[in-house]
Ligand binder design. Structure first.
Ligand SMILES: C[S@@+](CC[C@H](N)C(=O)[O-])C[C@H]1O[C@@H](n2cnc3c(N)ncnc32)[C@H](O)[C@@H]1O
Length: 465
């Protein structure tokens, strides 16, 4: 039976491909079947419905193209997004793989979910150029879109990859077995049972790390147990099993270290007992295996996720995309290279390189010398990024930035205004700037440097023709 692509049908109906995609999304015309690669294949009958629908519209309006809807696709979606209650007060945020690893300032999944649903169609490609722990990527895949993530932080990329990994029952079994083995070992060490289980009394040989400060940040028995866990993870057969197990290890590192918390790089005593680290890892690994299985169950076979570990300012080549959804770093808000330092060093990642590349880090803005970053530094960085985004984003499609204010040397910086100003200058049109209240109970912002109560969802449209 003959079938037609979306592009062909749009041409036959005399409308832009984006218009047809919007009609499909809004269920104005029937959704066709997809081929094994996930591409839509319209039958003759379905083509006829689309062509008729276009004609009816064209008769009603005088012209089918050149209407406001043609020039501004998604205009209804923007109105709906403006009316949405963005508080998501009681929404659950830790479902599927979203909470397998802590990540400061990650956004709640409901935000990218709403933007992706309204501003893209099934089969589209969604980019997060600051993907962090992969919230946008997970939501894009769940909504049957392809996902591309970029982040300069190698740990962010590892977490994003792990969160979007497809897990089979066999993979999960291997991880559950490792969790069980290390839990037994942890139990043996905690209960000092060398006679019953002689191999548990001392840790088997595993290379201990030598990075600067390791003995300041970790108790000796924690170093032993983490080294053993790491060697076990690295011995797993496939790359994605190694990745998932290393993320399970990374997830517990701050808890078992002397680091105060995920957003405070100062030491305090914690009394981690013998065997505790093994037990915590085992729980973390079980959780990841379980959540990845549940996530994989929801995925369509054709959707793909690609994560690039790159400095966005080097304008990496990522191909064309249909929608951008991100929460960028902003001046003086965080120092990911610091909060993640011990994790990155345990995982043999190039932490000094990321420290150089990190945009917005507190360290760069609090620098005393002439090299200290200023609001102009951030403005120029945003200009490079927005220029680059315009080249990769299809014409008339959207780039969404979720961003709060920051304080620089006592002065409040309205980052939403700054981004809009630069974006308009390089050729985007502002579609909406929606304020969103932050829950006061939310601890993700450090009050001493940020004190952010409100953030903005800035929606821009690429005017490129
Ligand atoms: C606010 S976080 C994004 C959190 C993400 N939305 C999530 O839900 O996990 C900002 C991210 O920007 C990344 N970043 C900072 N400088 C960067 C650069 N030069 N290139 C790419 N990513 C960078 C940081 O590593 C961090 O992950």
């Amino acid at each position: 039976m003959k079938s037609y692509t979306t592009k062909q049908v749009a041409e036959m109906a005399g409308v832009h491909r984006d218009t047809l995609l919007r009609w499909l999304r809004e269920k104005r015309v029937p959704e066709p079947e997809r081929d094994r690669n996930g591409w839509r294949r319209f039958t003759d009958k379905e083509v006829e419905v689309v062509v008729n629908y276009a004609q009816v519209l064209s008769n009603g309006k005088g012209h089918s193209s050149g209407s406001i809807a043609e020039q501004e696709p998604y205009i209804d979606s923007i109105v709906r997004l403006q009316k949405l209650d963005w508080d998501f007060a009681d929404a659950k945020t830790g479902f599927l793989t979203h909470a397998i690893h802590p990540y400061p300032a990650k956004f709640i999944p409901q935000i990218p979910n709403a933007l992706i649903q309204e501003l893209s169609s099934v089969g589209d490609t969604i980019l997060d150029p600051f993907c962090g722990s992969g919230t946008t990527l997970v939501e894009a895949l769940r909504l049957d879109r392809h996902a591309i993530g970029v982040d300069a932080n190698p740990l962010a990329c590892l977490i994003s990859q792990a969160k979007t990994t497809r897990m089979t029952e066999d993979d999960a079994r291997i991880l559950f077995e490792l969790a069980e083995e290390l839990s037994r070992m942890g139990h043996g060490r905690a209960n000092d049972m060398p006679l019953l289980f002689p191999e548990l009394s001392s840790m088997p040989d595993a290379p201990r790390p030598t990075f600067k400060g390791v003995h300041d940040w970790f108790d000796e028995q924690v170093i032993d147990e983490l080294a053993h866990i790491k060697s076990k993870c690295l011995k797993l057969e496939t790359e994605h099993l190694r990745r998932l197990s290393l993320v399970a290890m990374s997830a517990i590192i701050v808890t078992v270290s002397r680091q105060d918390s995920d957003t405070r790089y100062v030491r305090r005593k914690k009394n981690i007992s013998l065997g505790d680290t093994l037990q915590q890892f085992s729980r973390s690994l079980r959780n990841i295996a379980q959540k990845s299985l549940e996530f994989s169950d929801e995925l369509q076979p054709y959707v793909t996720a690609n994560v690039h570990n790159a400095n966005i300012l080097t304008c990496p080549d990522i191909g064309e995309v249909d929608l951008v959804v991100c929460s960028p770093p902003y001046p003086n808000a965080y120092s990911y290279h610091l909060y993640h330092r011990t994790r990155m060093l345990w995982l043999d990642m190039d932490q000094p390189q990321f420290k150089k590349e990190e945009i917005g880090s507190h360290r760069k803005y609090s620098h005393k010398g002439a090299n200290a970053a200023t609001v102009d530094t951030f403005r120029e960085e945003m200009r490079t990024i927005l220029d680059w985004l315009r080249e990769h984003l299809h014409p008339n499609r959207h780039a969404c930035f979720v961003i709060g204010d920051s304080t620089l040397k006592g002065e409040k910086i309205k980052n939403d205004r700054l981004i809009i100003e630069v974006a308009e200058d390089v050729g985007f049109k502002l579609e909406a700037n929606i304020p969103r209240r932050l829950q006061s109970s939310k601890k993700s912002f450090n009050p001493t440097i940020g004190n952010i109560r409100q953030e903005h969802i800035v929606i821009l449209r690429n005017k490129r023709t």
